[in-house]
Design a protein around this ligand. Structure first.
Ligand SMILES: Cc1ncc(C[n+]2csc(CCOP(=O)(O)OP(=O)(O)O)c2C)c(N)n1
Ligand SMILES: [Mg+2]
Length: 374
């Protein structure tokens, strides 16, 4: 169900990057975020519209992500999925960016980036298994360089730089893409990674999803910075601020950054401005720290709605083909759920396996103690 887009030809990519760079500068000069679709689905940059096939691809990926998020809530309430961090409303920020990669590239997602991982091809069943704490969810498919979802904030950033440098040393054109949140961008690891990547010109693409919240702390109180893409300036690398609810814009900007990295021109920081419409996790109660006023207007900015309106207006999608696509996406999810249900339940001692190739004496002892207890 995941169809990868072809890599653009080098010359076409270079030209597109120049066009885009001018567009980003224009947006930045006006203090705007870069976007291709306005709210309501109107096209504001017709010269940058991707092919109809690409637009449909991005729509399908966002639908697959949304399906996971919505069904995930139900499954959690039924006791069939563990606590997971929802991402509904952030699909353009996750799917548009990850869609710019191919399976040869690296993806370093945080706990909230299921949409990105699914877009690159992480099987839905495995992702469900991960949030069921099953070992089936810890092991990534061998043909995919997606790291397990990072829970310790910002640790993925320096590691992504390492992976990018390793690819360069091996002589490939592969890149590493790492995700982080607004909160994570205040951590030391974030800054060290950007400096390291800039100094060594690492083929990295850094996605900073500014969703307005770090658990209960709003972005405006956890940093005095009002434009997080400016953080790139301190490290001498390009920083782009993009409307994180416009998937055509996130895809466009990221594809250019990926092509730059492949050409050896170094890293880029992309701030996707979006919103965490949902609670921090399915077990969180955001009414304790934010009001309806805080979240007002964001449901209307839904990235799926925006692209859907555009596709319908352009005739790329009809009511019928949209319904059929959504039906396919729903069936794909249910088949994956059945597969995840067929995995054996995790056993307590498995938590100590797969830590080291050769378990340490401490792990061997802990395992014996645990087995005795259960
Ligand atoms: C090193 C570390 N410190 C603290 C935490 C606890 N923690 C979990 S999520 C979170 C907030 C992160 O916010 P942000 O980076 O904006 O990501 P978002 O949850 O919005 O996607 C914190 C502090 C953690 N997981 N790791
Ligand atoms: Mg956040």
């Amino acid at each position: 169900m995941t169809h990868h887009l072809p890599r653009p030809e080098a010359q076409e990519a270079a030209q597109a990057f120049q066009n885009a760079a001018a567009a980003y500068d224009e947006a930045a000069a006006k203090g705007d975020m870069f976007r291709i679709l306005a709210e309501g689905g109107q096209v504001v940059r017709p010269e940058l519209l991707p092919a109809a096939e690409t637009r449909l691809h991005l729509y399908r990926q966002m639908r697959r992500a949304r399906q996971f998020d919505e069904r995930g809530w139900v499954l959690y309430r039924q006791g069939r999925l563990g606590v997971f961090p929802p991402f509904g409303g952030m699909e353009a920020s996750q799917c548009g960016t990850a869609a710019a990669l191919t399976k040869d590239d690296w993806l370093f997602p945080t706990y909230r980036d299921t949409g990105a991982a699914l877009t690159l091809g992480l099987p839905i069943a495995r992702t469900l298994a991960y949030w069921r704490t099953s070992p089936h969810g810890w092991q990534m498919p061998k043909d995919l360089k997606v790291l397990p979802f990072y829970i310790p904030i910002a640790t993925q950033y320096p590691q992504a730089v390492g992976a990018a440098l390793a690819e360069r040393r091996r002589g490939t054109k592969n890149v590493a893409m790492a995700f982080i949140g607004d909160g994570g961008s205040s951590e030391g690891d974030f800054h060290e990674a950007l400096n390291f990547a800039g100094a060594l010109n690492a083929p990295c693409v850094f996605i900073l999803q500014n969703n307005g919240w770090a658990i209960s702390v709003p972005t405006r109180t956890q940093t005095k910075a009002t434009n997080l893409s400016h953080r790139a300036l301190g490290y001498g690398i390009p920083g782009v601020r993009v409307d994180g609810n416009d998937v055509l814009a996130t895809w466009h900007v990221t594809r250019e950054a990926v092509e730059r990295a492949r050409r050896g021109e170094g890293p880029t920081l992309i701030e996707t401005v979006t919103y965490r419409v949902k609670p921090h996790t399915v077990a969180d109660d955001p009414t304790r720290y934010r009001t309806d006023e805080d979240t007002a207007g964001w449901d209307e900015k839904d990235p799926l709605l925006r692209l859907q309106q555009h596709l319908l207006a352009e005739g790329i999608l009809t009511e019928q083909s949209d319904a059929a696509l959504q039906q396919e996406v729903a069936e794909e999810f249910e088949a994956a759920l059945a597969e995840a249900d067929s995995y054996p339940d995790p056993q307590p001692a498995e938590i100590l396996e797969h830590v080291f190739a050769e378990p340490t004496p401490q792990l061997v002892r802990q395992r014996a103690e645990l087995l005795e207890e259960v």
